[in-house]
Design a protein around this ligand. Structure first.
Ligand code: PRP
Ligand code: URA
Length: 209
């Protein structure tokens, strides 16, 4: 499991997570902080992007440099994943953006699909699937299967807070998929919320509490 599950640990990430967790943070601060955290994570999650050589002329002489050679696709899971898109596009402005709309049934906690829009030529794109909350893992596992059904193979999951139960379940369902999270929390409560967590992420982004 270890190789494909990466828990990022960094003072800036922990500092910003404290703002996200704080119930006193208003929607504006919450949105801004989630975006900043996603921006900080880009450096790590893109570490293995492929490069190609390009000839460049410096003011002094020609030299061979390297550019990213892969098309990047980011796919937020609606709604909360939307809060991560801007932070990532700030550093990868040429990325394409797909969308997967899911909500958890409150009784069964099973994901319900309501919207999907993925570029038709996404098969070979380097795909980052975004959802800040990895709780039972049901939503992310469903979304990974959906992308795989469209023959998208190079998938990386990016989350902000994961529960151990959900992380295990997602890794078991999709051992080939790399999973990044900014923090591993303690557990789920009996309603499938992450503890200590940050509450309902979509509601806190969009002010729908
Ligand atoms: C939340 C969250 C994840 C999902 C995580 O979405 O954004 O998508 O729950 O839970 P899981 O790991 O148990 O599947 P929610 O269903 O609340 O929808 P919303 O983002 O539209 O509020
Ligand atoms: N979805 C959220 O937004 N928060 C949780 O703690 C679990 C699922």
């Amino acid at each position: 499991m270890e190789n494909n599950v990466i828990i990022l640990k960094h003072p800036l990430i922990e500092h910003k997570l404290a703002h996200l967790r704080n119930r006193e943070s208003d929607n504006k601060l919450f949105r801004e902080t989630l975006s900043e955290l996603s921006y900080l994570m880009v450096y790590e999650i893109t570490r293995d992007l492929k490069l190609k050589e390009v000839p460049i002329e410096t003011p002094l002489q020609p030299c061979i440099c390297r550019h990213i050679s892969e098309q990047v696709l980011v796919v937020p899971i609606l709604r909360a994943g939307l809060g991560m898109v801007d932070g990532i596009l700030n550093l990868i402005p040429t990325a394409k953006v797909g969308h997967i709309g899911l909500y958890r049934n409150e009784e069964t906690l099973q994901p319900q699909e309501y919207y999907v829009k993925i570029p038709p030529d996404a098969q070979d794109m380097r795909t980052f699937l975004l959802d800040p909350m990895l709780a039972t893992g049901g939503s992310l596992s469903y979304a990974v299967s959906l992308l795989k059904k469209r023959s998208i193979r190079n998938i990386t999951v990016v989350s902000i807070i994961a529960a151990p139960e959900g992380l295990d379940a997602l890794h078991k369902d999709h051992p080939d998929v790399k999973i990044y999270t900014a923090m591993l929390d303690e557990k789920l409560n009996d309603r499938g919320y992450i503890l200590p967590g940050l509450g309902d992420c979509g509601d806190r982004i969009f002010g729908t509490v």
